[in-house]
Design a protein around this ligand. Structure first.
Ligand SMILES: *[C@@H]1O[C@H](CO)[C@@H](O)[C@H](O)[C@H]1NC(C)=O
Ligand SMILES: *[C@@H]1O[C@H](CO)[C@@H](O)[C@H](O)[C@H]1NC(C)=O
Ligand SMILES: *[C@@H]1O[C@H](CO)[C@@H](O)[C@H](O)[C@H]1NC(C)=O
Ligand SMILES: *[C@@H]1O[C@H](CO)[C@@H](O)[C@H](O)[C@H]1NC(C)=O
Ligand SMILES: *[C@@H]1O[C@H](CO)[C@@H](O)[C@H](O)[C@H]1NC(C)=O
Ligand SMILES: *[C@@H]1O[C@H](CO)[C@@H](O)[C@H](O)[C@H]1NC(C)=O
Ligand SMILES: *[C@@H]1O[C@H](CO)[C@@H](O)[C@H](O)[C@H]1NC(C)=O
Ligand SMILES: *[C@@H]1O[C@H](CO)[C@@H](O)[C@H](O)[C@H]1NC(C)=O
Ligand SMILES: *[C@@H]1O[C@H](CO)[C@@H](O)[C@H](O)[C@H]1NC(C)=O
Length: 627
């Protein structure tokens, strides 16, 4: 897989032509990247339990998001961030960092355990629990209010584990093949079932803010099912449930394209009022990059006209809003953030989003170099004009001078984003989450794992763009099915089981019943109703751990608060409701109730039950409006 030693790649200039910028300055950049890459890899490892110096108390294989414990508190493990980080570590492992194997194996065990931890999104029985976005670093559930579920996590975790499993199969060693088939596949299979069952349901986006359908989630779900089915076949496993949804998902993915750029979120709620221009689309192209794919619009591959058009409108959206971009010309690289309407920490550029622009472009260069051809079409022309003002419509081949000039312009442009990220990186090399829109100083969570991981993947992409080195293996995009003529909704009922050989606790993952609790409780704006009770699922009577209710169907006629909780079949629970007042006061009901959870159904569809109640107890008083 390593076609050329790393060291050679370091000093390599572009393989396709003369550098537009003096070689010397490019080598300076390569040197700086190598230095920051080492710091970044150490930064990632510091955030992984049990030995990571910045992750005290984290269980083995747990990747925390950041060591920051306040303002913001990121000392949790997010399924998405951890999976993207693990994918990077697996790619590094495959390229010779074999000492990472223990970390990979620890991660697999931690994920097998987490799959069985019932949580506010649900449990393993119905698969719903797999959509939980984050957990405590000691592998326990987090009960606080959060944007849940998030449906990209299982797909990304599957992708990381599939990449590792393919390597195991490639060694041909019996123990490696057994590890892939018996230890890891059951973890992957739960995640693939989750995707097949829930890809067509709404969830929160990768920024955990928007409930709807996320471009990133749909794209990574498609990828996971394609490569998951291919791996399953090699292992002799029945993969038709996964294959049955790939065309549906690919068809749905096209719905995000608005003719100009890919919208980051669709199927959103009424309040959503954003342009939809978001780093989501750039991160999608790099998360689904396949070095053997063509510049395929259907898959939004990095070099596809649609992905380039999306990248351009995304980059442009930050030109006028950040003070640190004020001296940039209309076509120069700039600092970029999540999306221009962002107000989190007052809305700043992020290291990982700025670096992702460079990574998409390096990936694109690798693709053009591989297919030896590049087409400038109406869709991509605005992008090309911004990196190479004299660009014209046409198809260029590797043998033509123009081809080399165009690629060189892209390389320079991409390097510009890396230089911006480096310019605002403190001399220690520490990468926080954000850097100030005003002056570039680091802001928000320190030592963000995803920031470090994004630096490492960017560096691999740059090496791959400028040498024969290939950081990321193909996931089979060229053999993905075509877009069907009409889009269909879809869902396959999953069959979920604890991955015992990977380390899931024996006896975990038992049959569960989806119980809907409906309670009539008249409330005023700012007063909320919660469900609590004597089990962990219900927060053990602790108001802080109580289950938040939904007032989506609350009307004047029916003051309905609803809760959907997955409870162990054939169990008995004591429960009740409570109100939280705007000032934080808690009002408990004056009676406790008991529920006998039904027996496990004998179909594979998760059975469910509904309970109807009426609030019994004190009610709050709205605070008089001050004039
Ligand atoms: C896990 O960590 C959380 C947060 O620090 C803590 O509240 C909880 O008690 C821990 N649980 C266990 C079983 O250690
Ligand atoms: C489900 O799929 C259909 C067909 O592609 C699509 O129209 C619909 O918006 C999807 N809904 C969600 C929530 O994914
Ligand atoms: C959304 O925001 C735009 C620009 O701020 C505004 O013109 C438009 O009226 C808003 N639409 C809704 C539905 O609020
Ligand atoms: C940089 O800007 C941030 C706001 O984005 C501000 O809090 C901070 O004090 C500024 N630092 C310096 C050194 O000016
Ligand atoms: C249900 O639980 C009761 C009491 O724990 C037990 O005796 C019974 O066998 C269980 N029934 C089933 C079908 O598991
Ligand atoms: C909760 O209460 C029910 C009914 O009193 C009881 O049967 C059950 O054992 C309790 N569960 C726990 C975890 O205490
Ligand atoms: C309900 O049960 C909890 C836990 O045992 C107890 O603290 C509370 O006082 C009970 N409430 C009523 C109204 O009995
Ligand atoms: C419960 O099951 C019924 C019948 O299968 C279904 O229509 C309903 O949507 C389910 N409710 C929930 C909350 O899943
Ligand atoms: C809840 O309110 C609805 C509408 O007023 C009523 O039909 C229903 O019986 C109430 N439920 C209970 C348990 O009181």
């Amino acid at each position: 897989m390593i076609l050329r030693p790393l060291v050679a790649a370091l000093v390599a200039t572009t393989v396709y032509g003369a550098a537009a910028e003096p070689l010397r300055s490019r080598d300076d950049l390569a040197g700086k990247i190598e230095k920051q890459n080492k710091i970044s890899l150490q930064g990632v490892l510091n955030n992984i339990g049990p030995h990571g110096s910045q992750a005290p108390g984290a269980s083995a294989g747990v990747i925390i998001a950041s060591p920051s414990t306040e303002n913001p508190n990121y000392f949790y493990t997010w399924t998405r961030d951890a999976a993207l980080t693990m994918k990077m570590l697996v790619d590094e492992f495959i390229h010779g960092n074999f000492w990472l194997r223990t970390t990979i194996q620890d991660y697999i065990k931690a994920q097998a355990i987490l799959q069985t931890v019932s949580n506010p999104s649900g449990a393993l029985g119905s698969g719903r629990g797999l959509g939980e976005p984050k957990y405590y670093s000691n592998l326990t559930r987090f009960n606080g209010d959060w944007g849940r579920p998030q449906r990209d996590g299982p797909a990304l975790r599957a992708t990381a584990l599939i990449t590792y499993s393919r390597w195991l199969l490639s060694t041909g060693r019996k123990s490696d093949v057994t590890e892939a088939k018996e230890v890891i596949w059951p973890v992957i299979q739960n995640d693939l079932y989750y995707v097949s069952q829930y890809w067509n349901s709404t969830g929160f986006d990768l920024w955990e803010e928007v409930l709807g359908s996320s471009f990133f989630a749909t794209a990574v779900q498609h990828r996971a099912l394609i490569e998951g089915a291919a791996l399953g076949k090699r292992l002799g496993i029945q993969t038709s449930p996964f294959e049955s949804q790939t065309s549906n998902i690919l068809c749905f993915l096209q719905a995000y394209w608005n003719g100009e750029y890919a919208l980051s979120n669709i199927n959103t709620q009424d309040w959503y009022n954003r342009s939809g221009i978001d780093a989501n689309t750039v991160l999608t192209s790099i998360a689904t990059f396949d070095p053997e794919a063509k510049c395929d619009d259907a898959l939004f591959q990095p070099c596809s006209p649609r992905a380039l058009a999306s990248l351009k409108v995304y980059v442009d959206s930050f030109r006028d809003i950040y003070t640190i971009n004020k001296d940039a010309s209309e076509t120069s690289p700039v600092a970029t953030g999540r999306y221009k309407e962002d107000v989190y920490f007052e809305g700043n550029p992020w290291y990982l989003t700025t670096l992702s622009v460079a990574e998409q472009l390096y990936d694109a260069i690798q693709q053009w170099s591989t297919i030896n051809t590049l087409t400038v079409c109406e869709t991509s022309l605005p992008f090309w004009k911004s990196v190479y003002p004299s660009a014209k419509l046409g198809t260029y081949r590797k043998s033509q001078r123009e081809f080399n000039k165009l690629l060189d312009a892209v390389l320079n442009y991409a390097d510009g984003f890396v230089k911006i990220a480096l310019k605002y990186t403190p001399s220690s090399g520490a990468l926080a989450e954000q850097y100030s829109r005003e002056n570039g100083t680091a802001i928000s969570a320190r030592d963000l794992t995803w920031s470090y991981a994004s630096f490492i993947t960017m560096r691999g992409a740059r090496l791959s763009a400028t040498s024969e080195y290939m950081q990321v293996p193909s996931w089979g995009a060229p053999s993905a099915p075509q877009i069907p003529s009409s889009c269909k909704p879809g869902s396959v009922p999953g069959v979920y089981a604890p991955a015992l050989k990977a380390g899931a606790p024996p006896g975990s993952g038992g049959c569960t019943i989806l119980v809907t609790f409906n309670v009539n409780a008249s409330t005023f704006y700012g007063e909320n109703v919660y469900l609590t009770g004597n089990t962990t699922d219900l927060g053990q009577w602790n108001p802080n751990d109580a289950v938040p209710g939904s007032a989506n169907e609350y009307t004047a006629e029916r003051p309905l608060w609803s809760f959907t909780v997955e409870l162990p079949a054939n169990s008995s629970v004591e429960y009740g409701y409570l109100r939280k007042e705007p000032d934080g006061a808690v009002l408990m009901e004056t009676r406790n109730r008991t529920l006998e959870v039904p027996l496990c159904g004998d179909t594979i569809f998760a059975p469910n039950a509904t309970v109807e109640d009426e609030w019994v107890g004190p009610t709050g008083t709205p605070v008089a409006k001050l004039l």
